[in-house]
Design a protein around this ligand. Structure first.
Ligand SMILES: NC(=O)c1ccc[n+]([C@@H]2O[C@H](COP(=O)([O-])OP(=O)(O)OC[C@H]3O[C@@H](n4cnc5c(N)ncnc54)[C@H](O)[C@@H]3O)[C@@H](O)[C@H]2O)c1
Ligand SMILES: [Zn+2]
Length: 356
């Protein structure tokens, strides 16, 4: 078992990572309130709520089971959860536990940030993406019809509990979606980890426990390190958006259905790396390593066919646009990145044409 510390002064917390952790919640969360409100969805609750409930038998547990899907990360769900908290008499001293993927975690976290101006919040992420990314770092949000994550808050959990066994029921596409974010950590922050991923791609794709344990732990350590340096994304935290400006354009252009987030990020990471290669930020051999690793993990390396005008119009809507300039996160070789708007229209057009 592993323990990753997120250092944020008095808001510091631990990420506990191992198999069989659901059964050990009582030991892992000694300060958990007696009044626990669990937010989950129909898919995840069916598999895992019984374990949580058995482990916390001496707490009062109320379950809010939402429908499954990104469209439920909404104001309507926020209101329904708050109504239930009030109806069930939950006070300032309660705890809210998110049991599910990033959708459940983002929504439950935003409720926790606002209910009674903030109650204790715990994450039990059950998708690979939520285990290595969304449950760590304190970004919480709901969507608005005008855009994703438009309403939210920075609100750190008291602890994150990762149970590797939860990944056994995850379908292949959602599993691979998480792998794309893991590759991202290697590219932006840790060339040794990238090298390890190259050597363990098959074990990871086959969900071998030891490989997963290491990949999740190293990803959480890197995210914890970055968040500790820049909690509110005024600098280095933006590196975590590698591939996301292009990825979000792909997701939007395909109406958030055809491509998973991770698939879009994988193709977006290839585009960003190609742009780095073209502008001498990355060698051709390093570019090929990125390309090979993504293909080994069966992630897409080609974006869908879109016109340059489409790309630009979707990318200009991205939250990262400042003063009408697109800020690109570009790898500097493998193991480092930078944010820059210094890219010529010609280079951008050439790379987008090549990668579609
Ligand atoms: N807060 C952040 O920093 C951050 C970072 C990245 C992404 N996000 C958000 O995370 C969300 C995406 O998260 P996601 O990819 O986890 O999607 P998700 O929560 O929709 O989960 C994907 C699917 O897997 C199912 N599922 C979850 N756990 C399962 C399990 N153990 N077994 C079987 N099925 C399971 C879910 O019901 C769902 O159908 C997006 O809303 C995105 O905006 C937030
Ligand atoms: Zn992402």
């Amino acid at each position: 078992m592993a323990n990753v510390h997120v250092e944020l002064g008095e808001r510091s917390y631990h990420i506990h990572i191992a198999a069989n952790h659901l059964q050990q919640l009582k030991r892992l969360l000694p300060n958990l309130s007696k009044d626990v409100f669990v937010v989950s969805n129909t898919t995840v609750a069916k598999h895992y709520f019984a374990d949580v409930s058995a482990a916390l038998a001496d707490h009062r547990l109320v379950l809010f089971e939402m429908d499954d899907g990104e469209q439920y990360k909404s104001l309507a769900s926020f209101e329904a959860i708050t109504n239930k908290l009030i109806a069930e008499g939950f006070s300032r001293d309660c705890a809210i536990v998110a049991l599910g993927g990033g959708v459940v975690g983002d929504l439950a976290g935003f409720v926790a940030a606002t209910y009674h101006r903030g109650v204790d919040f715990y994450q039990i992420p059950t998708t690979l993406l939520s285990q290595v990314d969304s449950s760590v770092g304190g970004k919480t949000a709901i969507n608005h019809p005008q855009g994703k994550n438009l309403i939210g808050a920075f609100y750190q959990p008291k602890a994150v509990v990762i149970d590797l066994n939860c990944l056994t029921t995850l379908d292949d596409r959602d599993f691979r979606s998480g792998l794309a974010e893991i590759v991202k950590y290697g590219i932006i922050y840790d060339s040794d980890f990238f090298h390890w991923l190259e050597h363990n791609a098959i074990a990871l794709a086959q969900r071998e426990t030891q490989a997963l344990q290491h990949a999740i732990q190293r990803s959480c350590e890197i995210k914890a390190d970055i968040v500790a340096k820049d909690e509110r994304e005024s600098g280095i935290r933006a590196w975590l958006n590698l591939g996301h400006t292009f990825g979000h354009a792909i997701e939007a252009a395909t109406e958030y259905g055809e491509w998973t987030h991770g698939e879009a990020v994988a193709a977006g990471t290839i585009i960003a790396s190609k742009l780095s290669e073209k502008t001498q930020r990355m060698s051709s051999s390093d570019f090929r390593r990125v390309l090979n690793l993504m293909s080994q993990l069966q992630l897409p390396t080609q974006a869908p066919n879109m016109t340059l005008a489409d790309w630009l119009s979707y990318m200009m809507r991205d939250k990262k646009v400042k003063d009408h300039r697109i800020n690109f996160v570009l790898p500097l070789g493998i193991g480092q990145a930078e944010v820059t708007h210094n890219i010529t229209d010609e280079d951008l057009a050439a790379v987008l044409t090549e990668c579609c």
